[in-house]
Design a protein around this ligand. Structure first.
Ligand code: B16
Ligand code: MG
Length: 218
């Protein structure tokens, strides 16, 4: 059996924390008097916390002092943490557990490749931390997606060549990062948004075990 590297994004792939990011950013944008809808939120998926606030401020044509910027980042994160502190394994997205178990049964290395600095906390909350052979998150990288750094570090930690890695991603920036890294990109979400992925599925219920085996043996 071949040995590939399977890299999972977190938010929007393993758990739907995008809804909590949305609520926290929306609250903050409202306080700043900046319009913030699902459309804007889509553009923040996979984007780092700092970059997200920069984008929101630019949409509202606002500039603020550095101190206030850090204060707002902290506020957003406190708000977000209050949502995720209530998470449990019921929030793992459908069939994620089946796919992870199937990979494990086939002795495939598994990594997390997330932009979130809260990734480890979230994996703890949903009791999935032990499923990963490597965890690379927002604390480990200096360059945000679409830079491929997060996935390249994950490949290295798994001891697998980038060309032998498969990335599951829900964000435009993340699919782009996987493509730049020469990895197979699997978009989880809508075809309209993730058209540049090698494969696109609505969610993991559409991915059968045979598809995973084909990825392993290709
Ligand atoms: P944090 P992912 C990303 O996670 C989210 O998609 C993005 O919306 C968020 O701003 C980013 O993490 C940073 O998260 O504020 O928790 O550090 O999709 O790469 O798993
Ligand atoms: Mg994501």
């Amino acid at each position: 059996m071949k040995r590939k590297g399977f890299i999972f994004d977190l938010d929007g792939v393993i758990v739907d924390t995008a809804k909590y990011h949305f609520l926290a950013w929306q609250r903050l944008a409202k306080q700043l008097g900046i319009e913030f809808s699902e459309h804007e939120n889509e553009q923040l998926k996979g984007v780092s916390r700092v970059r997200s606030l920069e984008k929101i401020l630019s949409w509202g044509n606002k500039t603020i002092e550095a101190d206030r910027f850090s204060e707002l980042l902290d506020k957003k994160n406190q708000d977000y943490l209050s949502y995720i502190s209530k998470m449990n394994e019921n929030e793992i997205l459908p069939d994620v557990t089946r796919i992870l178990a199937h990979l494990k049964a086939n002795h495939q290395p598994i990594a997390l490749g997330s932009a979130s600095k809260n990734a480890r906390t979230i994996l703890d909350m949903v009791h999935l931390k032990d499923q990963f052979n490597a965890i690379v998150d927002g604390n480990d990288v200096s360059k945000a997606k679409p830079d491929p750094e997060v996935f390249l570090i994950a490949a290295k930690q798994l001891n697998v060549d980038p060309e032998a890695c498969i990335v599951f991603e829900d964000s435009v920036a993340g699919v782009e990062a996987a493509n730049i890294a020469n990895m197979i990109s699997i978009g989880i979400g809508s075809k309209d948004i993730l058209g540049h992925a090698d494969y696109i599925f609505k969610d993991f219920t559409e991915i059968d075990n045979a598809f995973i085996e084909n990825l392993i043996n290709r």
